[in-house]
Ligand binder design. Structure first.
Ligand code: FES
Length: 157
């Protein structure tokens, strides 16, 4: 039993011999072995490189742009429910962003209309320029969110 196992396993020994002798056939076997080793390591480093590049690309594309400036009506705004953000343009070229979660009981504000950000649940209204409460039961202003305007893109910072 053990005598059969031994001849089939002398990997290191065979490798040493091949290195010393440089036999073509055995060298090929060694090269094959070496190939699989090196492709493994190449694969690992390749994955790392690709992953890093893809990650930074996705971050730039996915994390960033919330809206185009043209999407935000001047004197009004737009609710981005997925991001929980309401973006307003109180005066031309000035963009503001606030949490879209009503400070009363946590409903998502519905829209920006008639000069206010409006919560549908109990009628709270907020100032689109400052987020402060202008009407309704809301106890606090909408917290501001930080955005960046780059060209015609509005990005969540
Ligand atoms: Fe917005 Fe009540 S949750 S007014």
């Amino acid at each position: 039993m053990s005598t059969q196992a031994l001849p089939s396993e002398p990997g290191p020994a065979r490798r040493t011999v091949v290195a010393a002798v440089g036999g073509v056939g055995l060298a090929a076997a060694l090269a094959a072995c070496g190939d699989s080793d090196s492709s493994d390591s190449a694969k690992t480093s390749g994955d790392g490189g690709t992953g890093g590049a893809a990650g930074s690309g996705a971050g730039a594309a996915g994390g960033g742009v919330l809206a185009k400036t043209a999407d935000i009506p001047q004197g009004g705004g737009k609710v981005f429910a997925d991001q929980g953000v309401v973006v307003t343009q109180p005066t031309a070229g000035t963009f503001k962003a606030f949490s879209a979660t009503c400070t009363h009981q946590g409903c998502m504000v519905k829209d920006v209309a008639d000069g206010t950000i409006n919560c549908p649940c109990h009628g709270s209204k907020y100032d689109p320029a400052t987020g402060s409460v202008t009407a309704g039961p809301a106890p606090r202003p909408l917290p501001a969110k930080t955005i960046k305007v780059e060209g015609d893109s509005i990005k969540l910072a």
